[in-house]
Write a protein that binds this ligand. Structure first.
Ligand code: R5P
Length: 291
C-alpha cells in the first residue's frame, strides 16, 4: 500500500501513512501558467494499492478535479486498487433540484469519483434526501461517523450534570442526539427554517433545564455559520452559562469562525476532516481502521 496525501489533506495523509505503516508517496501537483493542473506520481504505483487522501474543501472544484486526475492516472499506470479517502465530501447538500433548471451536484460529483476510484472512504457525508452512499456510488464505499470521537471529546471535557447537547436542526439528530444518548447527556433538537444559504431561523422544540448550564451545539457541517449563530442567539435567551460549538466538518466560509465567536461561542471545535485552527478531534485512527 502506498498513501498519497493530496493538497487539502497533507497532514492527515501523512498521519494515515504513518499509522498504517504504508509507504508515504509523493504526488507532484502544480499549476501551469494558464491555471491548468500538472500532476505527476513520483513513486512507482504499478500493482500497488494506492490510497489518495483528499478532502474536498477548501476549493471543492479544483480539489475534486485534482482527485479525479490522480485516480484516473493511478489506474492507467496499473495500480492494483485505488482508494480515495475523502474525509469531507463536498457537493452532498445539493441533493435535489430545489429550483427549476438547477444542477443536482451530488450525482455529478459521485459520477466523477465512480470513474476514477475503486473504493471511497468518507466521514459523515451529508445524507439527507439521499439516505445511503449506495444511491450515489457503485464502487466500494464506506461511511465513517465521527460520533464516537466527538462523544469521547465531550465526555472528557464536560460533565452530564451541568451540560446539555443541542442539535440545531432536525437532521442533526444523527450527531447531537446519538452522541448525547451514548454518553447520557440531556439533549434537545431545534427546528430550523432555511430561507436562503445565508438566512436561517431556528426555534426550540423541547425545553430543557437551561439556567446556568453549559450548552454544546453539535452539527455535521458549519459552513456560513448562520445555523450555529441563530442557535446561539436562541440559547443566549435562556441565561445559560457557556455555549460551545462542535462540528464534524469545519468549512467556515465567509469568516464564519470569527462571526460565531462574536455571537458568543466560547469554544468552536471541529474534526480534522478539513484542516483548520479549530481542529481538536483527530479521526486518523478511525480512518486507518478501514484501510
Ligand atoms: C444542513 O442541514 C447541515 O446539517 C448544516 O446545518 C448546514 O450545512 C450548516 O450550514 P450553515 O453553517 O451555512 O448554516
Amino acid at each position: 500500500m502506498i498513501v498519497f496525501p493530496m493538497s487539502n489533506s497533507l497532514e492527515l495523509g501523512k498521519s494515515i501513512a504513518k499509522k498504517t505503516g504504508a509507504k508515504l508517496g509523493k504526488l507532484k501537483s502544480e499549476l501551469f501558467p494558464d491555471g491548468e493542473f500538472h500532476m505527476q506520481f513520483l513513486d512507482p504505483i504499478k500493482d500497488k494499492e494506492v490510497v489518495l487522501v483528499q478532502s474536498l474543501h477548501p476549493n471543492p472544484n479544483d480539489t475534486l478535479m485534482e482527485l479525479y486526475f490522480a485516480g484516473r492516472t493511478a489506474k492507467e499506470l496499473g495500480a492494483k486498487k485505488v482508494t480515495g479517502v475523502v474525509p469531507y465530501l463536498a457537493y452532498m447538500r445539493q441533493d435535489k433540484r430545489f429550483h427549476a433548471g438547477e444542477i443536482v451536484s451530488n450525482n455529478l460529483m459521485a459520477h466523477l469519483l465512480n470513474t476514477c476510484l475503486d473504493r471511497i472512504i468518507t466521514v459523515d457525508p451529508h445524507l439527507h434526501r439521499v439516505h445511503n452512499l449506495a444511491e450515489l456510488f457503485h464502487i466500494d464505499r464506506k461511511k465513517i461517523t465521527a460520533n464516537e470521537a466527538i462523544a469521547d471529546y465531550i465526555a472528557e471535557k464536560f460533565s452530564k450534570f451541568d451540560t446539555v447537547i443541542i442539535g440545531p436542526d432536525i437532521e442533526s439528530y444523527q450527531w447531537a442526539s446519538r452522541i448525547a444518548e451514548k454518553i447520557k447527556f440531556p439533549s434537545s433538537i431545534f427546528l430550523k427554517e432555511r430561507f436562503s444559504s445565508r438566512k436561517v431561523k431556528v426555534k426550540v422544540m423541547k425545553e430543557l433545564e437551561w439556567k446556568g448550564k453549559k450548552v454544546i451545539i453539535v452539527d455535521d457541517i458549519i459552513s456560513s455559520g448562520h445555523t450555529m449563530i441563530e442557535a446561539i442567539k436562541e440559547i443566549k435567551k435562556k441565561k445559560v452559562k457557556e455555549i460551545h460549538c462542535i462540528c464534524v466538518h469545519g468549512v467556515f466560509a465567509e469568516n464564519a469562525f470569527e462571526k460565531m465567536k462574536k455571537a458568543g461561542a466560547k469554544t468552536i471545535i471541529s474534526c480534522n476532516t478539513i484542516p483548520h485552527k479549530s481542529n481538536g478531534i483527530d479521526l486518523a485512527e478511525m480512518i486507518v481502521e478501514q484501510l
